[in-house]
Write a protein that binds this ligand. Structure first.
Ligand code: GLV
Length: 328
């Protein structure tokens, strides 16, 4: 049976085409979901939503009386108010696993780029400023290999970052996580630390925890002050896991050396954000999982989750199991 489906912001074309054959699909991109009349009209009838970062709160749900499933094309699901969804028996799903190595590659790439100042020096060469045969110490970077990498959030992606650091760069791995990870401790010789110890001991502090009530604003002024002055801070999680203004001040005051940021408090980032004026900040537009291969795999998996949810079956990647149990 054809169902009304909303596709939002990012669903790869082959998956969108496939969905359109099976269902009545309307695609919306970069709209104001609270006020867009067409979106609200479709929402009123939609049984499923698939896409990237649809902000699902009580207000949206009040306008979606037929909704059964919201299928995220992302591993993070901080855009979903799961309490409100579960109360209404609406299932939420994500796309874990298939993006792990891709995100770890991106985060590690940003880490190396920040330490070795690659984007800044690329700009230097392309602007024709490489005049002397040998560059001077004003352009030197910092070693990555054999340094201490502190990972905050040791889930699948955190462990894939640890793998790259340990086996690829001979780094000492520290981690802080909600629970101990005995496998990671054994495989990567990773040492568990409480947050303050990790901040004090790490050369690279890498944030890769999901955004939850517990992790929101987890790294702020106090935490930046605990880090080494030589520390390089990497954020591959969500902009809201840190206090961005405090990062700006930590960089301005030389409390840490540099930052590599794939995520920002506001996305797209405001072009006036002071971070974008800093040479010692490497910025990317939330590219963690954005490769051709992985975006397609994520859309496919999200399509499977959506289909299951529309059919009243348990989706493979259900993030609020109680919503299904109540349906059953
Ligand atoms: C990307 O940030 C994701 O959550 O998949």
């Amino acid at each position: 049976m054809r169902k009304k489906v909303i596709a939002y912001n990012r669903v790869e074309q082959p998956v969108l085409d496939d969905l359109k054959e099976k269902h009545d699909v309307r695609f919306f991109k970069n709209i104001d979901t609270k006020n867009d009349p067409e979106f609200l009209e479709h929402l009123n009838e939609a049984e499923g939503i698939i896409g990237l970062g649809t902000p699902v709160d009580a207000e949206l749900l009040n306008n979606a009386p037929n909704l059964k499933v919201v299928s995220n094309v992302s591993v993070g699901y901080n855009n979903l108010n799961l309490d409100e969804m579960t109360r209404r028996n609406i299932m939420g799903t994500n796309t874990p696993g298939i993006l792990t190595d891709t995100v770890a590659d991106a985060v590690f790439g940003i880490l190396v780029a920040t330490a070795r100042r690659i984007p800044e020096l690329d700009h230097f060469v392309k602007k024709g400023e490489w005049q002397a045969e040998a560059i001077g110490e004003e352009h030197y970077g910092n070693n990555v290999h054999h340094k201490t990498l502190g990972i905050i959030g040791m889930g699948r992606i955190g462990q894939a970052i640890a793998q790259r650091g340990h086996f690829g760069f001979d780094m000492d791995i520290l981690y802080h996580s909600r629970s101990r990870k005995p496998d990671a401790e054994k495989t990567f010789n990773a040492g568990y630390r409480d947050l303050d110890e990790l901040l004090e001991e790490s050369d690279f502090v890498c944030m890769i925890t999901p955004l939850t009530k517990e992790t929101e604003g987890m790294i702020g002024k106090r935490e930046f002050q605990k880090m080494k002055k030589s520390a390089i801070f990497i954020n591959g999680s969500r902009g809201q896991t840190i206090v961005e203004q405090d990062l700006i001040e930590a960089l301005e005051n030389g409390e840490i050396t540099a930052a590599g940021l794939d995520v920002f408090e506001q996305e797209p980032v405001n072009p006036d954000n002071p971070l974008l004026k800093m040479k010692n900040v490497v910025s990317t537009p939330h590219i963690g999982s954005s490769t051709h291969e992985t975006e397609l795999s994520m859309s496919k998996l999200a399509g499977e989750n959506l289909e299951a949810g529309l059919n009243g079956e348990r989706p493979p990647n259900l993030v609020n199991p109680n919503a299904f149990d109540k349906n059953a």
